[in-house]
Design a protein around this ligand. Structure first.
Ligand code: IP8
Length: 250
């Protein structure tokens, strides 16, 4: 059973401190992965947190607003590679056969904004017993230079490519919350929850929780959004937090 797991950038970094890993949170997440029964049948994606988002905001880059500024491209992609190295190192230290995969090297958006992500590298690495670790990144974008490629978009591309049976998004909140702060148990359409989904509370150029829900509704497998405390439960087969199941999720 293949699992696609996204570790939110806000979970593993100090989101308001530029380029600062939250060592305790990263170690807790990595321990949960190392101790789980999923073994090497997992693809990990992590978000940008204080590595990608601050630089992206500085250069005015988002998933739709691109840049041709080479300094900006190097700053944003370089920061994401540094965070990726920290995640891969932490996993390796816990005995997980993690290897880095950098989306900027392979992905492209066409002039309509449609994403193309070759996934043969990821499926082959999985088959060969590795744990691929991808990350939110930049992507070459026809007519726009380079735009942000969010980890949520990667999850949506990867889940069908690896035939994922479980998709998990580990966030700083225990699920998608309604206006009263209660966890929404299940989301089937964006319209039903749109009023409850405000912006993100820290710099986030990928659209915050609203962007996340929109992206996950497009999946053909249900996705779970849960907090760090529930990561072990998710990896153990439980369904904590919010289940997001769009029309295609059956
Ligand atoms: O945190 C964004 O990834 P996300 C990556 O998954 C960059 O939205 C470069 C800001």
């Amino acid at each position: 059973m293949t699992v696609v797991l996204k570790l939110g950038g806000s979970v593993i970094t100090e989101k308001d401190e530029p380029e600062t890993v939250d060592r305790a949170a990263l170690s807790a997440a990595v321990s949960a992965i190392a101790e789980s029964a999923v073994g090497d049948d997992i693809v990990i994606v992590h978000g940008g947190g204080s590595f990608g988002h601050h630089h992206a905001a500085d250069y005015g880059v988002s998933t739709t607003a691109g840049t041709h500024d080479v300094d900006g491209v190097q700053a944003i992609h370089g920061a994401m590679c540094r965070l990726n190295a920290a995640v891969v190192d932490a996993l390796t230290e816990h005995g997980v056969p993690a290897v880095p995969v950098h989306p900027f090297s392979v992905a492209v958006r066409d002039a309509d904004g449609d994403l193309s992500l070759p996934t043969a590298q990821v499926t082959t690495l999985l088959d060969e017993g590795f744990v691929p670790v991808l990350h939110g990144d930049l992507v070459a974008h026809a007519g726009a230079g380079a735009t942000v490629l969010s980890g949520d978009e990667l999850v949506v591309e990867l889940a069908p490519a690896v035939d994922a049976e479980r998709v998990g998004v580990c966030s700083t909140v225990p699920g998608v919350l309604d206006e009263d702060g209660a966890i929404i148990d299940r989301i089937e359409t964006f319209e039903a929850v749109a009023p409850a989904l405000g912006g993100s509370d820290a710099t986030d150029v990928s659209g915050g929780m609203a962007g996340k829900v929109r992206a996950l509704l497009a999946l053909s497998a249900p996705a779970l959004v849960f907090g760090p405390d529930a990561l072990s439960a998710f990896l153990g087969g439980e369904s904590p937090g919010t289940t997001i199941a769009g029309d295609d999720a059956g």
